[in-house]
Design a binder for this molecule. Structure first.
Ligand code: FPP
Length: 247
């Protein structure tokens, strides 16, 4: 039995799409142009993920901290997300893509929540790629909301504190039912997770690429997958899968 095995195709890829602002600044353009170009990169990557048979693609579209940006930029980003769903939903549905949204849905603006719900509802039975959109998402916030749900169940006497296991916590996160990401990519040369999928990233391979998000395309995506495929995955043991540990 091999001591570790090389990763092959990732089942779940998650992406921190960073560098829209710097891409625009480098060209003397307003930041909003960077975000606009970023949406084109989103389309390219979603198509590629579907073509190569990735099961789950998670995109960090808007963090719970992004509300701190100037109002005009927040409004631009909202506008782009709304336009993406309005314009692309029919195509994605036709391509059998299932959309899921993670993040806090409380107090979301009334012009965005119904669109997100419609996207989920329309595509819920699709069976090709699952596109997970992280919107108003922060990992610590997600974990705090999960703890609140679990604590309420303990207080109501529905579960014992000893029943709180990693699996039970998984079942109360926004990502319930979605496998942990095998590969997390961040563009723009920054090398940190920035409150993205902290719990789920326990054994993810991380690949950081220097290109700004608007320049991320099919070829770059395929080359990050090649990098991933060359990595050895041990999941804390000597063998490739937890199931083989101790054998
Ligand atoms: C980071 O660039 C990017 C974002 C904060 C948002 C990403 C959003 C999109 C690509 C558009 C909408 C999304 C979808 C799914 C249609 P930055 O502004 O932080 O860049 P900087 O670090 O160079 O300033």
């Amino acid at each position: 039995m091999p001591e570790a095995s090389l990763a092959t195709m990732p089942r779940h890829v998650a992406i921190i799409m960073d560098g829209n602002g710097r891409w625009a600044r480098a060209r003397g353009l307003p930041r909003t142009m960077g975000h606009k170009k970023g949406v084109e990169a989103v389309r390219d990557v979603v198509r590629t993920a579907g073509d190569i048979g990735i099961d789950y693609l998670t995109l960090f579209a808007f963090s719970s901290e992004n509300w701190r940006r100037p109002e005009a930029e927040v409004s631009d980003l909202m506008g782009l997300l709304k336009a993406f769903i309005r314009r692309d939903l029919a195509d994605l549905h036709r391509e059998n893509v299932r959309i899921k949204v993670i993040g806090d849905r409380e107090n979301l603006r009334s012009d965005i929540l119904p669109l997100l719900l419609e996207a989920e509802e329309t595509t819920r039975n699709n069976t090709a790629l699952t596109l997970v959109i992280a919107f108003n998402y922060g990992s610590r916030d997600e974990m705090a909301r999960a703890m609140q749900k679990i604590a309420s169940k303990v207080r109501a006497g529905l579960i014992e504190p000893q029943a709180i296991t990693p699996e039970l916590i998984d079942a109360h996160l926004d990502t319930v039912g979605i496998p942990d990401p095998d590969l997390i990519i961040r563009t723009s040369g920054e090398e940190r997770l920035s409150n993205f999928l902290l719990w789920q990233a326990a054994y993810s391979e991380l690949v950081f690429v220097p290109e700004f998000w608007p320049d991320f395309n099919r070829d770059l995506f395929l080359s990050t997958i090649e990098t991933y495929a060359g990595r050895e995955r041990r999941f804390g043991g000597l063998t490739a899968k937890p199931a083989l540990m101790g054998q």
